[in-house]
Design a protein around this ligand. Structure first.
Ligand code: 6GU
Length: 259
């Protein structure tokens, strides 16, 4: 996948792309990232990217010319409506980003992301250049850069070969529509707090059942809104067919953790 980012602050992205799974994905040529400074597409002496809003009001608005010219220069192909890559504007006014959207973007060969700034962008950018507007949540950031990093991280880890094991992405919270079950590692007893016995049993069917139950309990407690939407039909997230044999209940874990 190729990702092009248009931003006024390309240096903000350095730490992200130079670290961890991202760095390896780039080294392995699973993804390439190109940063474009919007200011490089201005023509005036002061390299002006913004201007006062027509009609008055606070703040500045990003001018259309540099952003149109930047996108058109890096996009050799046609406008997205005729099969070109998606052009995504990062803005708090956009569609709420989700795991589902991350998976949709991960299927693209190429993404172009525009990081909005100031009070906004000239509306003609929305109307005639952009194909998607994305927000990462109901709060306001001072620019689209951090949001773009969030989107790119969520997308790149879904690309085939990026994570060590494909299975680990399938188990993630939100992929099944449920939150992830509790995880434990050694030691078996830490400060008197026990690992649930079922996980030490070697009984894989029982472990799978316990995990599914815990995922449902956790989702019901923390995100009942997700549980209402989750697909719990058999084969997707089957509910335990019979009541669990007494293993370690959520209450017992809670109690053990409160000691
Ligand atoms: Cl994409 N941009 C800005 N500036 N603020 C946001 C956002 C994006 N998503 C949530 N808040």
């Amino acid at each position: 996948m190729r990702i092009d980012i248009l931003t006024l602050f390309p240096q903000m992205f350095q730490g992200v792309f130079d670290t961890g799974i991202f760095q390896r994905a780039v080294a392995d040529k699973l993804v390439s990232v190109n940063l474009y400074n919007i200011r490089d597409y201005t023509h005036d002496k002061h390299r002006t990217v913004d201007d006062y809003p027509y009609g008055g009001g606070a703040g500045m608005v990003l001018k259309p010319e540099p952003i149109f010219e930047a996108v058109e220069s890096i996009r050799p192909g046609p406008h997205p409506e005729s099969g070109g890559p998606p052009v995504i504007l990062m803005t708090p006014q956009g569609r709420l980003f989700s795991q589902k959207l991350a998976a949709e973007f991960a299927r693209q060969e190429r993404l172009i992301l525009i990081c909005g700034h100031y009070e906004g962008v000239d509306e003609r950018i929305r109307q005639h250049l952009v194909t998607d507007e994305i927000s990462i949540g109901d709060y306001v950031l001072s620019g689209g850069e951090l949001a773009a990093m969030v989107v790119i991280d969520a997308v790149v880890r879904l690309l085939p070969g990026v994570l060590g094991s494909e299975a680990s992405a399938l188990d993630d919270s939100h992929v099944s529509g449920l939150l992830e079950y509790p995880q434990y590692t050694r030691p078996e007893v830490y400060r008197g707090w026990l690992v649930p016995q079922v996980l030490l049993s070697g009984n894989h069917a029982q472990i799978a059942r316990w995990r599914r139950e815990q995922a449902i309990i956790r989702t019901r407690e923390r995100r009942p809104d997700l549980l209402a939407k989750a697909n719990l039909s058999p084969g997707v997230n089957p509910l335990p067919e019979s009541p669990l044999e007494p293993t370690t209940s959520a209450e017992e874990i809670e109690e053990s953790n409160n000691h």
